[in-house]
Ligand binder design. Structure first.
Ligand code: ADP
Length: 352
């Protein structure tokens, strides 16, 4: 390729030199000038036009080839992105540079995905191993004689059930996360009243809260308008947040679900006066498998996936999960949901 362009540059230089020589020879024959000094001009023209031709074509094509080589060697930093000129060769180099950038972005994303996949598999196998080992350990102890000691037997059976529950929670949350990751999580948005959803969530969690001497309250204004969202998924969000409130609070504490209309939205809060979350953990708690206190979470049947699922569901609704928390004071998780379209239109009409 390069040699080809070099030959073009040589051919151009020869043509230009021949033309100049013919013109000079004509001038000499017509007697416009005399002597033989003009014979020095054609070699100079030959060299100069070859240099110019080479600069104009061959050298610039070489630069484009060099850029492609750097991309081939994945040395993206070295690819020239500031290309002077606007002719076809400059355009070609521009396209090479942007193709290099696109490839670099894709490779970085693939590497990140690969790291994530490895971490995820590592985490899953760790999460599976812990309850399986516990179940095995308790079962072996029972087989080796603990079955005969009723006090020990009952407590070990309870522990086996608790660990089996953990495995079942994990299987459920993993299947949710898998659906989210593969894009299978399709939102079915409808208009619904939050009150019934919140009541269902609170009712289902109450026995567990009562066992822990934790009060669960819900404070929704009677005229709260309908929201437009995926009812089942929002139930899941509320259930995860209220469950967390109960899991990470102490006897005597309260978990409250509050909702208020603000403009076109309803703002929902799940607040507790439990253990709270230190500032350095707050931005990380929605990461998969991230826990502030892993043993407390496991002991409570936690999988470390609940808030990751909550975040994904809210993102799929175009909403964000906000957190305010202080260690020893409590935590408030907050998110918004849009009002049903008709109610939204009324709100706009009221304002105008
Ligand atoms: P887990 O199954 O461990 O509860 P989550 O994803 O639901 O997983 O929460 C991640 C971590 O965030 C928990 O392990 C806990 O450390 C912290 N966390 C979540 N909710 C609360 C809360 N209401 N109060 C204090 N800590 C919380």
């Amino acid at each position: 390729m390069q040699r080809h362009f070099r030959s073009i540059a040589v051919a151009l230089a020869v043509v230009v030199t021949l033309v100049v020589t013919a013109v000079l020879a004509g001038g000499r024959l017509l007697g416009i000038f005399s002597g033989w000094a003009w014979l020095a001009i054609p070699p100079i023209v030959l060299v100069v036009s070859w240099i110019v031709g080479n600069r104009l074509v061959a050298r610039r094509v070489r630069q484009a080839i060099d850029d492609l080589r750097k991309i081939e060697q994945r040395d993206f930093e070295a690819v020239n992105t500031e290309i002077p000129g606007s002719d076809e060769i400059s355009e070609l180099r521009g396209v090479i540079a942007s193709a290099g950038k696109a490839l670099e972005t894709e490779i970085t994303a693939m590497k990140r995905l690969e790291t994530y996949r490895k971490d995820f598999l590592g985490n899953v196998s760790h999460e599976l191993k812990t309850p399986i080992f516990s179940i095995r350990g308790f079962a072996e102890t029972l087989r080796d004689g603990a079955l005969e000691r009723p006090g020990v037997r009952d407590s070990f059976i309870d522990k086996i059930i608790k660990n089996a529950d953990r495995l079942s929670n994990l299987a459920q949350d993993l299947s949710e996360i898998a659906k989210i990751e593969t894009g299978e999580l399709k939102m079915k948005q409808t208009a619904f009243t939050l009150r019934s959803v919140v009541s269902e969530v609170v009712e289902s969690i109450e026995p567990r809260a009562r066992n822990k001497e934790i009060t669960v309250r819900c404070e929704l204004p009677p005229d709260l308008p309908k929201v437009f969202a995926d009812e089942g998924r929002i139930r899941q969000v509320l259930s995860n947040l209220v469950e967390n409130g109960v899991k990470y609070s102490n006897p005597g504490d309260t978990v409250s679900v509050l909702a208020n209309r603000q403009g076109d939205h309803v703002v929902i809060e799940v607040a507790d006066d439990g253990i709270g979350i230190a500032p350095e953990h707050q931005s990380r708690i929605t990461e998969r498998f991230y826990r502030v206190d892993a043993s407390r979470s496991r002991d409570q049947g936690g999988t470390g996936l609940g808030l990751a699922i909550v975040k994904h569901i809210l993102n799929a609704h175009g909403q964000r999960l906000e957190l305010q928390s202080e260690v020893g004071v409590g935590s408030t998780f907050r998110f918004s949901l849009p009002l049903q379209e008709a109610t939204k239109r009324e709100a706009v009409a009221e304002r105008s």
